[in-house]
Design a protein around this ligand. Structure first.
Ligand code: C2R
Length: 172
């Protein structure tokens, strides 16, 4: 069910920029696939895993502590319901963390997940995107990686131009 073997537990290629995409459950994958797809479109290496603050706390701790040594530059973390994963990961790593609130089966209406990820205490930020907004999380990660990478920045400009053309094409 996992496309392109993305859940392989491989080390990142240190020569390439690598983004960690984690989620609280495999039931989150259909939503988180949006981030994976956009990162792959920009030729960014993706290391994907299921990590849960609640169900696999030891794994979460190790993931956060080892993220830099694993070669990750940014972590995108998605979770639904009482979503502690993004914030806990942000507490364990110096890397930027982008949180994706997910409207999952155990969610009341999505607000539970949004507020758990958004309302972080001062000192431990999580950049929170819209509910189920994993594609934007991917684009934000690419923009961060592009700060010191002109080639990648040009690709984002191209992406935005394509988006503009698509909208204008539909003008009535
Ligand atoms: P299941 O479908 O496996 O029951 O999971 C997951 O992200 C998922 O959206 C239901 C939902 O529980 C969420 N979950 C968390 C955490 N671990 C799992 N919010 C966590 O540690 O924050």
């Amino acid at each position: 069910m996992f496309r392109n073997n993305i859940f392989m537990n491989k080390l990142c290629n240190k020569e390439k920029m690598c983004v960690g995409v984690i989620m609280g459950s495999k039931s989150d994958l259909p939503i988180m696939q949006g981030a994976i797809d956009i990162l792959q479109k920009f030729n960014i290496e993706v290391k994907c895993d299921i990590v849960s603050a609640h169900r696999t706390p030891d794994k979460m701790f190790l993931y956060g502590k080892n993220a830099v040594d694993e070669g990750l530059s940014i972590i995108i973390a998605g979770a639904g319901g009482s979503a502690h994963l993004p914030g806990m990961i942000a507490s364990l790593t110096p890397l930027p963390v982008i949180g994706v609130p997910i409207k999952s089966s155990n969610s009341i209406d999505g607000w539970d997940s949004i507020l758990s990820i958004l309302q972080m205490p001062t000192g431990v930020p999580v950049a929170t995107v819209a509910l189920n907004g994993s594609k934007n999380a991917g684009i934000l990660a690419v923009s961060m990686l592009a700060i010191c990478n002109k080639e990648l920045q040009n690709k984002i400009v191209e992406y935005k131009n394509d988006m503009k053309s698509d909208v204008l094409k539909n003008n009535i």
